[in-house]
Design a binder for this molecule. Structure first.
Ligand code: NAP
Length: 293
């Protein structure tokens, strides 16, 4: 019959991830702050809904969370009506929110004091990865608890790796975001330059995507970027949250992120253009402003 699981946060990512848990045969109780989404999820996937995170967690062996930021996570885990109020000894909390490493370590320690386990497990792969069940999961936490959770996480992930102790999943996600940031700006500039040079962009992308300039972003986004279509999941607001977290961590560990800082400023400009919910490929809109309809 699978495991007894709880899923807290049915947003763009959580809703389909929880769906994959149910399809894999696990018993799922969902909680969402906006209750209609939880009711809709239950109509589609069965399972149960709960009125609070505490209620969702009370019988669960594995408790999944995927909310917005550090404070949201603290609230659903350690706040009033949160998971800590009811979670049973030995149960494993698996957090898929992108947060700071600080909150991950804080909650892992608080969980340990209660006889629980907390694994920070941010994801990469976007909305499509969540819908297709092919996410990449980078985790930090107790190895034995991770080993128990891994087969359950595999319900919605193609790759699941423990990187190190608490916080290491989040630190790895920061590297992921740092690597993407400069790359999307470079791709934007490449497309912008090609247009001004009078090149056939499709031909150019076809040729160079087979060489050293290739990237996931180039292969999957150049066509939509060229058309100023920015409705593909990961929002600029979320990216700025993630870059802020990475830049704060860089201050602590003494690393220097000049391109990340620069491009974060460009994303701030995209927000001012009305692009807060545009996806992150919208950096090109600064160079090639969308035509007014
Ligand atoms: P989203 O669509 O905005 O959903 C956020 C979810 O968190 C919603 O269910 C929301 O409830 C809930 N929530 C937020 N604050 C809460 C609070 N204080 N208490 C209870 N519930 C709260 O976001 P998303 O795109 O799924 O992203 C979720 C996390 O995954 C973020 O940390 C994001 O950075 C990360 N992530 C996203 C992507 C992506 O492509 N979207 C990719 C990788 C990682 P309501 O329904 O009531 O608003």
């Amino acid at each position: 019959m699978g495991f007894r699981t709880a899923f807290i946060g049915l947003g763009t990512m959580g809703y389909p991830m929880a769906g994959h848990l149910a399809k894999a045969g696990h018993q799922v109780t969902v909680y969402n702050r906006t209750a209609e989404k939880a009711a809709h999820w239950q109509q589609t996937h069965g399972g149960h809904t709960a009125a609070t995170p505490a209620q969702a967690a009370q019988d669960a062996e594995f408790i999944f969370t995927c909310v917005g930021n550090d404070d949201d996570l603290r609230q659903v885990i350690a706040g009033t009506g949160g998971v800590f109020e009811t979670a049973q000894t030995g149960s494993v909390i698996i957090d898929h929110t992108t947060t700071s490493a600080i909150v991950a370590r804080e909650l892992a320690e608080a969980a340990q004091q209660r006889g629980l386990f907390f694994i920070d497990a941010p994801v990469s792969g976007g909305q499509a990865g969540a819908q297709n069940g092919t996410l990449t999961v980078m985790a930090g936490g107790d190895p034995a608890a991770f080993a128990r959770a891994e087969p359950v996480i595999r319900s919605f992930a193609a790759s699941v790796k423990l990187i190190g102790p608490a916080g290491y999943g989040q630190l790895t996600k920061m590297v992921n975001q740092i690597c993407i940031t400069g790359l999307v700006q470079a791709l934007s500039e490449g497309i912008h330059f090609a247009k001004h040079a009078g090149l056939d962009i499709a031909l150019v992308m076809d040729v160079i995507s087979k060489g050293a300039a290739s990237s996931w972003q180039m292969q999957n986004r150049w066509q939509t970027m060229e058309k100023n279509e920015f409705n593909f999941g990961f929002a600029v607001d979320w990216m700025r949250k993630d870059l802020g977290i990475a830049m704060q961590e860089a201050q602590r560990n003494g690393s220097s992120l000049p391109v990340t800082k620069l491009v974060d400023g460009y994303y701030a400009e995209v927000q001012q253009m009305g692009g807060r919910r545009w996806d992150t490929s919208s950096l090109i809109a600064r160079l090639e402003p969308p035509k007014k309809q």
